[in-house]
Design a protein around this ligand. Structure first.
Ligand SMILES: [Cu+2]
Length: 135
């Protein structure tokens, strides 16, 4: 009788460990996600397309179904923070990568500030990407 109780307690403890362990593994963190530029250099001009992908760094896999918002595109990398341009999200033919239309009126460094909400994750991914507008 006594050994039976002990076995039950041990079994319950092992199940508890198994549940806790798998929960830790399954839970991703919003910090595991980052934006990446598909093209680092884009020719300066009007109506240019900037393509980015959102990647889960732990798996290396792209996240196609996030809610993306572009907050700002300006020339901060070249010391021209006040030189900002409008960023328009473009509907994609397929879910992810994410595309934006913008006018890069001047050659040089442009900083794209992006945010994302990922399904099943709390918090917001916030990244600043620097691209080069070529003459
Ligand atoms: Cu400028």
């Amino acid at each position: 009788m006594k050994s039976y109780t002990y076995a039950r307690a041990l079994q319950a403890a092992l199940i508890g460990i198994a549940i806790t362990g798998s929960a830790t593994i399954a839970r991703a963190d919003i910090k595991d996600y980052e934006f990446q530029l598909v093209d680092q250099a884009i020719k300066a001009g009007s109506d240019r397309i900037i393509t980015v992908r959102l990647v889960n760094k732990t798996t290396g896999k792209p996240v196609p179904d996030a809610v993306i918002f572009a907050t700002r595109l300006d020339m901060a990398p070249d010391g021209m923070q006040e030189m900002a341009t409008k960023v328009t999200p473009m509907p994609g033919a397929e879910p992810g990568p994410y595309r934006f239309k913008a006018t890069l009126s001047m050659a040089g460094g442009w900083q794209l500030s992006l945010g994302a909400k990922v399904q099943g994750e709390s918090g917001t991914v916030e990244n600043k990407l620097v691209l080069k507008a070529t003459p």
